[in-house]
Write a protein that binds this ligand. Sequence first.
Ligand SMILES: NC(=O)c1ccc[n+]([C@@H]2O[C@H](COP(=O)([O-])OP(=O)(O)OC[C@H]3O[C@@H](n4cnc5c(N)ncnc54)[C@H](O)[C@@H]3O)[C@@H](O)[C@H]2O)c1
Length: 795
Amino acid sequence: MRTLHIGVLILDLSQGIKFDMKINEQSEKIPSEILKMTSLSQLEKFKALTKIRSDPIHVQNFWQIEEGDREIWTLELIKILFTANQTTYGIEFLFLTDSFSNSNFFSISNNLPTKQPKAFQSDSDCSSMTSYTPKNILITGAAGFIASHVANRLIRSYPDYKIVVLDKLDYCSNLKNLNPSKSSPNFKFVKGDIGSADLVNYLLITENIDTIMHFAAQTHVDNSFGNSFEFTKNNIYGTHVLLEACKVTRQIRRFIHVSTDEVYGETEEDAIVGNHEASQLLPTNPYSATKAGAEMLVMAYGRSYGLPVITTRGNNVYGPNQFPEKLIPKFILLAMRGKPLPIHGDGSNVRSYLYCEDVAEAFEVILHKGEVGHVYNIGTKKERRVIDVAKDMCKLFTMDPESSIKFVENRPFNDQRYFLDDEKLKSLGWSERTTWEEGLKKTMEWYTSNPDWWGDVSGALLPHPRMLVMPGGVERVVDVSENIQSDSPHAAVNPSQFRKVGPVTKTKPSFKFLIYGKTGWIGGLLGKLCEKQGIQYEYGKGRLENRSTVLEDIQKVKPTHVFNAAGVTGRPNVDWCESHKTETIRTNVSGTLTLADVCKDHGILMINFATGCIFEYDEKHPEGSGIGFKEEDTPNFTGSFYSKTKAMVEELLKDYDNVCTLRVRMPISSDLNNPRNFITKIARYDKVVNIPNSMTILDELLPISIEMAKRNLRGIWNFTNPGVVSHNEVLELYKKYINPEFKWTNFTLEEQARVIVAPRSNNELDMSKLKSEFPELLSIKESLVKYVFEPNKKL
Ligand SMILES: NC(=O)c1ccc[n+]([C@@H]2O[C@H](COP(=O)([O-])OP(=O)(O)OC[C@H]3O[C@@H](n4cnc5c(N)ncnc54)[C@H](O)[C@@H]3O)[C@@H](O)[C@H]2O)c1
């Protein structure tokens, strides 16, 4: 079927009935069908024309017309079009008032498609109720939960569709979720942020994308009560970037936007009719507010630019691959560990749950049969109270609900119920297949057979996993588990759980960082991170050892925090320091102390990147014992001049209470071309030793250093990932992910000593302090895979 554009009528009644007709730039050439109408009687001609056309007709009118006449024309046109041609799908009227400004736009019915794409090619598929066939689909957020099921399903069932997945691999994602697809020829994974316009434009064009299924989002409501700006950035701004890319590239034939039932806000407890797709959006929490905001943009791009959009609003989904911060996997993992199941509030809140495979099928149906311009609820009428979910879980794990269910403090706002009218999607032929009992059992079986899927997620299993900023600027400490009350449905709030943080203010604190070490590796990465996180920053211009220049920087920049990532580490390695001792002292000792001192004078916190290479395995901390050096331990390695100066400075800085010392070790980043990267270094050496060590994955830990600054943390912190990894284990991963041909040779420490000048330290640092502040911190091996090898995977 093809679309006929009748053209654009411009009637100017002020000068007698006169007309002009312009063919829409985007429309097909239809010279023989241009209809010249000079009066109402011309409608007859129009009627005749519609009769001989069997194609659907789309009429766009731009009129300047008197109030009464406008109605007659409108009605007449509608009558003619509707009686003449069953397949007519849309009529739009743009009434122009003064000087053809775009006022008074309306379309005949909300159910009719909006204006024919200005920016999109004519495509009768876009309006058709019949099947749509995509070619190249971009799925955002598919290393996450729902979209991984959708992507795996489409890849499995439609080998002709090319599926490109874009995901930034946030904390809740896992590339393993896409394991079933990874060797399929029609699958491609791209690590990246939907907020990067360049990347998105590039992907749309180079992959010739015609369809977008947009799932990527910050999704955890609890987190949105904390840092909700992240939600605005990812959910609203990210969606906006995608939409703009569609507008610019002009090749998208379907944009399926994934929204949530939460945008409707709370449903009355006794309501018997669910929210219909046309119901008002009344979000109640920051997460749902950002999802509603994104929907508004999607709708506007549909209207303004004719982007063929479809929006879905879904109930809660559960099943394999879901990050355990969400209720059902959290309960399963806690039950597996024999721990209590925490319930926010009294557990009377009701939710509707759909099994992930059913939801993936719903998306398959909407992709092929969904109508452009429409919204589809993906819902179920079966509802469950949270307390009942916990009881069902106890039954599955044969646990006593009385002793296993614990009531904890409620969220700042917890909607009672989200009830959807699910009829519209059913009319496309979809219905839920999996019963609750069956789905829960399958989910439980999957989590119990994959206990290590997520690595260490103890942080996510806390009743309230992140800092919640409560109204009034009071921040509640993360874990309220000590406050669990089993006897009361309403957990009491212990005032000692609250502490004032900084000035009591409801506005977002604005940070400004002054960073030293612009040309260095860590300093450079810090600047990029600040840009990404929207934090103001400047690089210091002064020399650290020159007090007056540092003072000048501080007075000019007026920073809230100073980061010291400047230091002499030696090029190509620390051996350089052995022959450049005064230069090393100047920066590493005098410079660092001067900066700390100036910061102290100005009451500024200094985050100081120090080293963990001031320890060496010893009798009390033997290699392989798992006993690491603690923050309070005295350095026992001064074998290299570099380590010696670092140990001295660390000791002296203990008397500066404005300093936060971070002991970094053998830094690694996902940039495998960087010669400073430990992996790059050892992959290029002729021979390597093979000793387990604590190491720092910068991609994971540098954002944590920023968070530490925001939390005003001080003192000494071991700053590596928990656990150790040996050179051979790193190179094995290199071989597995990057180069299967890679070979290396080991040599002993004694042999190594012959080719280096200064001895190197090997040790394990005890990571319990940092881990208790950041429970989500990954072990070194998990972090290596997630942040370095998976994103660089060549195999
Ligand atoms: N889980 C539910 O019960 C549910 C219900 C209704 C609607 N939804 C919606 O479905 C979608 C998927 O939800 P989910 O539960 O699978 O989420 P999830 O948290 O498991 O996954 C989200 C994914 O998006 C990625 N992501 C986030 N921000 C990104 C960015 N800026 N650029 C690239 N990738 C980014 C993350 O890395 C992650 O892989 C979301 O839009 C959510 O609002 C979820």
